[in-house]
Write a protein that binds this ligand. Structure first.
Ligand SMILES: NC(=O)c1ccc[n+]([C@@H]2O[C@H](COP(=O)([O-])OP(=O)(O)OC[C@H]3O[C@@H](n4cnc5c(N)ncnc54)[C@H](O)[C@@H]3O)[C@@H](O)[C@H]2O)c1
Length: 349
């Protein structure tokens, strides 16, 4: 075989899990979450310039595999992501992902990266961005129900972007709560471990639910939710997989990412087709109201949308420049004569 080196056109920067961890520590986790939240906010403000489609989901008994594409006309991105709530029992993660950013001009990829860590970061950054616009002013305390892989990211983003200083943890599995409490030690947050969801909610202005269960669960019942709180519900993100009692939705004002996707996947799948919602991007762009008053219950019915991943890929591409945190992979075949793909293969004998 001829040892021909791939040309620059063949090479695409790849960010491994190891390099993503280096990049996050290089930037600092809270600055990373804050800057990422700013990138997402920029893209929500120009929401109308993106191609949008509900993600393509392939469902199976125990989980789902999804493809999440979007484009702003200059760049194109997609993420491959799964959701398998029983995975942790066998040592696999509930959510794992990777994704790609491409140049629309010639269709070539310009970044390939792990997105398991990046999804946890972007989900937390999106939650915090929503809370900054919807949560009660001067919110200091958040209940964090579900203390799995996403939990600490949610806590730190709410600290960095919203300014909370106290997090109240609850999980059906006390080992998960102990893990989260340990990981949040020394991070500038007061951490209280609670034995019930009710105890976690006490004194909290923000309630985050990030549990994983493939059923219509009722992590929050109507009587648990007092007036004036902001609910950040991220675990209801698939048909037949919700976290809130529907009566909560009747009392709350509901904010969503992309209605055609959220009506299939979010908490509002429990409501009628025309259940009123506000698109979050309109609040960010100043076209619609955020929180009106102290008594309003606001609900961010988060399912995760492709534009957030696009922003995350854009942010990582910008942050990578001048760092050693990527390696080049020859992903694109690049024959000297673009039409002589077969000749390139023959010459490699
Ligand atoms: N909206 C989004 O953008 C987005 C992004 C990523 C993940 N998610 C979803 O967030 C959820 C959490 O993801 P993860 O990676 O942290 O999962 P995980 O499996 O690591 O953690 C889930 C935790 O929830 C706990 N739990 C299950 N049922 C509970 C209950 N009734 N009360 C309290 N705790 C309970 C489990 O014990 C576990 O510790 C998943 O449902 C996932 O699909 C949403």
């Amino acid at each position: 075989m001829h040892a021909t080196l791939p040309s620059a056109k063949a090479l695409v920067p790849f960010v491994s899990v190891e390099n993503m961890m280096r990049l996050v520590h290089h930037v600092g986790i809270e600055p990373f979450l804050k800057e990422l939240s700013d990138y997402i906010e920029q893209d929500f403000r120009r929401w109308e310039s993106f191609d949008k489609t509900p993600r393509l989901a392939s469902h199976s008994r125990d989980g789902v595999i999804e493809l999440m594409p979007t484009s702003d006309g200059t760049n194109y991105s997609f993420k491959y992501v799964n959701g398998h709530p029983k995975n942790t029992r066998n040592g696999f993660q509930t959510v794992a992902a990777f994704g790609l950013l491409a140049d629309v001009l010639n269709g070539y990829p310009i970044l390939l990266t792990e997105m398991t860590l990046l999804t946890a970061l972007r989900t937390a950054a999106t939650s915090a961005m929503a809370a900054r616009h919807l949560a009660p002013r001067n919110a200091t305390t958040m209940a964090l129900i579900g203390n799995g892989a996403q939990a600490e990211f949610q806590a730190l983003a709410m600290k960095a972007v919203v300014g909370i200083n106290h997090v109240r943890l609850y999980d059906v599995d006390p080992a998960a709560t102990a893990k989260a409490a340990r990981n949040l030690e020394g991070k500038g947050l007061q951490v209280t471990s609670c034995r019930t969801a009710e105890a976690a909610i006490e004194g909290s202005q923000i309630i985050t639910t990030c549990t994983a269960d493939k059923q219509n669960a009722q992590i929050l019942t109507d009587n648990l939710v007092g007036s004036g709180v902001h609910i950040n519900a991220i675990g209801g993100d698939c048909p037949g997989k919700t976290e809130l009692h529907p009566d909560i939705l009747l009392r709350a004002d509901t904010y969503v990412e992309y209605p055609p996707q959220t009506r299939i996947e979010g908490e509002i799948q429990q409501m009628s087709e025309d259940f009123p919602v506000t698109e979050l991007w309109k609040v960010i762009a100043g076209l619609d109201n955020g929180r009106r008053d102290d008594r309003q219950i606001t609900l961010f019915d988060s399912v995760g949308f492709a534009i957030e991943d696009f922003s995350a890929l854009r942010y990582v591409r910008d942050k990578l420049s001048g760092t050693p945190f990527s390696q080049d992979l020859d992903i694109v075949a690049d024959p000297d004569d673009p039409r002589d793909l077969f000749g390139m293969l023959e010459r490699a004998r």
